[in-house]
Design a protein around this ligand. Structure first.
Ligand code: PHE
Length: 358
């Protein structure tokens, strides 16, 4: 029975050395299969006499069980190793940033609105909105532009067909009617920012019939021109992401503010390239002023008690200045290549803490 021990050692070594489930299976077939070495020894038992058959049979059975057990154990080992290898191979680093190349883009107008809302949001302004289709009272009369007021002519208004009662609605020519709507429903203090579409019958290199504006309105008992200046200078610093932005306020005229001003910011145009910040040139960016007492009174706000400021600016204009977009009309061409070039990755939301535009 010397060779039985040797056979056992050979088979167990082969099982231990099998590097795959397939290799292990052929070790099993070799030993325990129909024509396997152990199987043929068992078949030979019949030639032995009864006493010998009993001991030899017991030994062979024990050998068979031992081999089968060893093969099962090795099989489990191989299966574990296979899972480990797969886990290693299929490992995903969940801390990696999301797929960098999202297909869609945020339009520069949406991006600019988000940025401006962020900045004024930090200053405590709430976003307010109003209808695109306005009545004459909110767009003009309540803003201190009674019928026949000459300033009405400057607005190139789109009118809707006359209604049964003779009233003609219009497409709002600025976001200022939302000042009126806010003051009609809300007690001061009021601090709102109004992004929205505006319409004027005008179309050339620098005008499109539909464009966007921001309106700002602050009404309380103490707000004065100094607050207006501080607020808008701070806005320009944050929006253009430049610490040193010189600003000047030029006297101007709007029927709904008194005094009225236009705000210019410093820039340089060296080498044909526009740069916002200290320079020897000025760029007009918005209109503003202290809300006219007539406007407060038209909304039922006591002008002896309350005062405040308002401002309005063009969204496309500040987007063009910040992002170097040369032609206004391209904003509305819906050209996918333009959008890919000037648009923003949707997952990069503008925030003051992380940088508005990255
Ligand atoms: N509504 C003015 C315009 O469209 C801008 C403006 C708003 C000016 C508020 C002063 C105060 O030109």
């Amino acid at each position: 029975m010397q060779d039985l021990n040797q056979l056992k050692a050979e088979i167990l070594d082969a099982a231990a050395a099998a590097a795959s489930v397939e290799a292990l299976e052929s070790v099993r077939v070799d030993a325990l299969g129909k024509k396997g070495k152990v199987t043929s020894l068992m078949k030979g038992l019949g030639q032995l006499d009864a006493e010998e058959r009993k001991t030899a049979g017991q030994r062979l059975n024990a050998l068979k069980d031992e081999i089968a057990g060893a093969i099962e154990a090795r099989k489990a080992e191989l299966a574990d190793a296979e899972i480990d290898a797969r886990l290693l191979h299929e490992r995903v680093d969940v801390t990696l940033p999301p797929r960098p190349e999202a297909e869609g883009r945020i339009h520069p107008i949406s991006q600019t609105i988000d940025e401006v809302v962020q900045i004024f949001g930090e200053m405590g302004f709430a976003v307010a909105e109003g209808p695109d289709i306005e009545d004459d009272f909110h767009n003009f009369t309540a803003l201190n532009m009674p019928p026949e007021h000459p300033a009405r002519q400057m607005h190139d208004t789109f009118y809707l067909p006359e209604k049964a009662d003779g009233e003609r609605m219009l497409l709002r020519t600025h976001t200022s009617p939302v000042q009126i709507r806010a003051m009609q429903v809300q007690e001061p203090p009021i601090r709102i920012l109004v992004p929205g579409r505006t319409y004027r019958c005008d179309s050339d290199m620098t005008h499109t019939p539909m464009f966007h504006q921001f309106e700002g309105l602050v009404i309380d008992e103490t707000t004065h021109m100094g607050h207006l200046k501080g607020c808008l200078i701070e806005f320009c610093r944050a929006y253009f992401e430049v610490d040193d932005v010189p600003a000047r306020f030029r006297p101007s005229h709007f029927p709904f503010t008194e005094p009225s001003a236009e705000m210019d910011i410093g820039c340089s145009r060296e080498g044909g390239e526009l740069r916002i910040g200290a320079g020897d040139d000025w760029l007009e960016i918005l209109g503003c002023g202290m809300v006219h007492p007539n406007v407060l009174e038209a909304c039922g706000v006591d002008s002896n008690k309350y005062q405040g400021f308002a401002f309005g600016m063009g969204v496309e204009r500040v987007a063009m200045l910040k992002y170097g977009i040369p032609d206004l009309r391209t904003f509305f061409d819906a050209d996918i290549r333009w959008l890919h070039h000037y648009g923003f990755v949707p997952l990069d939301l503008p925030a003051l803490v992380s940088g508005l535009s990255r």
